[in-house]
Design a protein around this ligand. Structure first.
Ligand code: SAH
Length: 259
């Protein structure tokens, strides 16, 4: 299934091992070495056979991890040594997954590299709230955006382009920047009562879901989220499953803050 000397970038999905594609599972079983990210679910790692070398190269902001160039070098060296290399990444490798750097490094070294797609966090988050990311007539566009700023840099996003009332915005890595996301979108014209859903640990048993509105997003992100990866969904489409009307949700958020 994997030619020795080849690298496969494999999407591990959002965490639930049952959301792994059959192809991803076959590749994991056929590998001789698996380099994996911190966001790869523990249930997925359990599928890696005992004889396969399992190497963490995890990146979670703020924690010690290998830098991208080191990861590029490790996978290339393993392939050049004749290993069957799987590079396992959370979600889909092609969405905020630094896949291009790794593919470029492989190609520059003459190492064949292939990609197995995965279920991205936004899809799992939508499933988690029981809503659709698009909505006929109300959300005709879906934008995936990362709100992660490089160290020392401020978040520089095209707020005017993102503040589209007819779109759903899926914000990856947005927990720390939630205040900027809220302020930026509102300043660009998106109403403060635009529905927002926060989904942490989507697809895992520890999944938690919180509904709020755009102007309350900063408070909600600070109080409702724990230490897990979280996705922020913004737009009319994500409101469909909300059990309470806006004022009650707002009151609930403010109540939690004053506790
Ligand atoms: N390639 C990944 C995204 C990597 S960026 C994908 O396609 O899903 C990492 C960000 O993804 C996290 O900061 C978080 O915003 C989001 N994320 C990843 N897994 C998640 C999960 N299980 N639940 C919620 N958000 C998740």
């Amino acid at each position: 299934m994997i030619e020795p000397g080849t690298v496969w970038l494999v999407g591990a999905g959002p965490g639930d091992p049952d959301l792994l594609t059959r192809k991803a599972e076959k590749l994991i079983r056929a590998a001789s070495v698996v380099f994996y990210d911190a966001l790869v679910g523990p249930g997925v790692l359990e599928l890696v056979p005992a004889h396969v070398r399992l190497v963490p190269v995890g990146k979670r902001s703020g924690r010690h991890s290998k830098d991208q160039k080191t990861i590029d070098r490790l996978i290339v060296e393993a392939a050049l040594a004749g290993e069957c290399v799987v590079r396992l990444k959370g979600g889909d490798p092609a969405i905020f997954g630094r896949a291009t750097e790794e593919m470029d490094a492989c190609r520059a070294a003459g190492v064949p590299v292939r990609v197995c797609p995965g279920v991205t966090a936004a899809s799992a988050a939508a499933a988690g709230i029981g809503a659709s990311l698009t909505l006929r007539g109300l959300a005709r566009k879906l934008t995936f955006v990362t709100a992660h700023a490089r160290a020392g840099e401020t978040l520089d996003l095209d707020w005017a382009g993102l503040a589209d009332p007819q779109a759903t915005l899926a914000v990856y890595m947005g927990k720390a920047a939630a205040p900027e996301v809220s302020a930026g979108l509102i300043a660009a014209g998106l109403p403060g009562d635009t529905p927002v859903a926060l989904v942490e640990n989507a697809s895992l048993d520890s999944q938690s879901v919180f509904h709020t509105r755009l102007d309350l997003l900063p408070i909600a992100a600070r109080t409702a989220l724990g230490g897990g990866p979280a996705l922020i969904l913004v737009g009319q489409a994500v409101e469909t499953s909300r059990p309470q009307p806006h004022p009650a949700t707002a009151a609930a958020v403010l109540h939690r803050v004053s506790d």
